[in-house]
Design a binder for this molecule. Structure first.
Ligand SMILES: [Zn+2]
Length: 196
């Protein structure tokens, strides 16, 4: 009905079909099909008027992100999905190009704040800074739980390796995700560098 009643029941009854359609749209010309299109992937870093932005959600525009939305739905739809934590970035539309995106954010951040040593560890972009490059900033996906690592995977290896590196120099390892780095680099700088 126009006032919205019935939507929840419809969602409840059709939830798995709707999720499947959101993951793999059957019609390339539909709203979902257009979100998945290579044109949209190439032109929309977070949200635009083709996907999530409308006038009424203007207050939230800076928070919207179609890739994270799709990742969230895929988590509900597929229990084996690891959102890149398995090192797979080329099998899901929302993760295509994430490493490149993270690397370009790293470049902008390092340049803005005069940090000259940038590097890559097993594919993940990092910044080294301060005397003897003793501190490290590691850039990760916002859905990765970096505090409670439950698997001895490649990300845990990177974290351990960088932890050892910074400890041996009396420095610190900071972790920042691309959601924050993209939206509020100044806040990241305050948090990571100024306030430690
Ligand atoms: Zn968009």
């Amino acid at each position: 009905m126009p006032n919205g009643s019935g939507f929840v029941r419809f969602l409840y009854n059709k939830f798995s079909d709707l999720l499947a359609e959101a993951m793999n749209p059957t019609d390339a010309q539909s709203y979902l099909g257009k979100i998945h299109s290579t044109h949209h992937q190439g032109n929309c870093k977070d949200a635009c008027y083709e996907c999530l932005k409308v006038f009424r959600n203007m207050n939230y525009h800076s928070l919207l992100d179609w890739r994270l939305g799709l990742s969230m739905m895929r988590i509900l739809n597929d229990s084996t999905y690891k959102c890149g934590a398995d090192g797979i970035f080329n099998q899901h539309v929302e993760l295509n190009g994430w490493l490149e995106f993270a690397t370009s954010l790293r470049k902008g951040f390092a340049e803005s704040f005069g940090m000259r040593t940038v590097d890559v560890v097993q594919g993940l972009p990092i910044i080294k800074w301060h005397a003897r490059d003793k501190n490290v900033i590691l850039i990760v996906h916002p859905f990765w739980d970096m505090k409670n690592m439950r698997e001895a995977n490649w990300i845990a290896e990177i974290k351990n390796e960088l932890g050892e590196y910074t400890r041996s120099r009396g420095g610190k390892l900071s972790i920042v995700d691309t959601f924050n780095l993209h939206r509020r680099p100044g806040w990241c700088y305050e948090k990571l560098v100024r306030n430690g």
